[in-house]
Ligand binder design. Structure first.
Ligand code: FAD
Length: 138
C-alpha cells in the first residue's frame, strides 16, 4: 500500500466498500449509501459479497469516481471472431496467437490493463510471432 504526501495531509481511506446509491435533493448530492463487502475465492477468481447488516451512510458534497479496468471489450470484434478468453476475460493467446489461428493479439487485450512500454514490447513480439507463423505456413 502506497502512502503519498497527499494522503499524509489528511484523509480516511476505506477498503472493501460497495456503493449502493447516492442520495440528495434536486441535482445536489448529499450522501453516499454503502455497505461493507467480504472477498472470497471461487474457482480461482476473486469475488465479493455484501456483509449483511453492514449498510452505512457517509455525508458527501463531492463524489469522484476512480474506476478501474476490467478486461478487453467482448462485444463486437472479440465475440464476432469467436475468440476464446482467459479466466480474466482477456483474449487467450499462446505466443500471441489466439484460439483462431490467423488472429493474433497483443497489448492490453492479452495482458489486461498495463503500461505503454509493455504494449509496445508486446506489439513487437506479436509482429515477430506473425512473421514466424507466416514463414512456417505452407
Ligand atoms: C486513463 C488511462 C491512463 C493511462 N496512463 C498510463 C500512463 O501514465 N503510463 C502508461 O505507461 N500507461 C498508461 N495507461 C495504459 C496504456 O494507455 C495502455 O496500457 C496502452 O495504451 C495499451 O496499448 P494497446 O495498443 O494494447 O491498446 P490501446 O492503446 O487501447 O489500443 C487499442 C486500439 O484498438 C482500437 N480498437 C478497439 N476495437 C477495435 C475494433 N473493433 N476495430 C478497430 N480498432 C479497434 C481502439 O480504438 C484503440 O485505438 C493508461 C491508460 C488509461 C486508460
Amino acid at each position: 500500500m502506497r502512502t503519498s504526501s497527499s494522503h499524509e495531509e489528511g484523509c480516511d481511506r476505506r477498503w472493501s466498500i460497495l456503493t449502493k446509491r447516492f442520495d440528495g435533493a434536486e441535482k445536489t448530492v448529499s450522501k453516499v449509501c454503502a455497505c461493507t463487502v467480504e472477498w472470497y475465492q471461487q474457482q480461482g477468481q476473486w469475488k465479493f459479497k455484501e456483509v449483511p447488516g453492514s449498510e452505512f451512510v457517509l455525508p458527501a458534497d463531492l463524489i469522484l469516481l476512480a474506476t478501474g479496468f476490467v478486461h478487453v471489450v467482448h462485444d463486437g470484434l472479440v465475440q464476432d471472431l469467436g475468440l476464446q478468453l482467459d479466466d480474466r476475460g482477456n483474449i487467450a493467446a499462446n505466443n500471441f496467437q489466439s484460439s483462431v489461428p490467423w488472429v493474433f493479439a497483443a497489448g492490453d487485450t492479452v495482458n489486461g490493463a498495463s503500461l505503454v512500454v509493455r504494449a509496445i514490447d508486446s506489439g513487437r513480439q506479436a509482429a515477430a510471432a506473425v512473421d514466424q507463423w507466416l514463414r512456417s505456413s505452407p
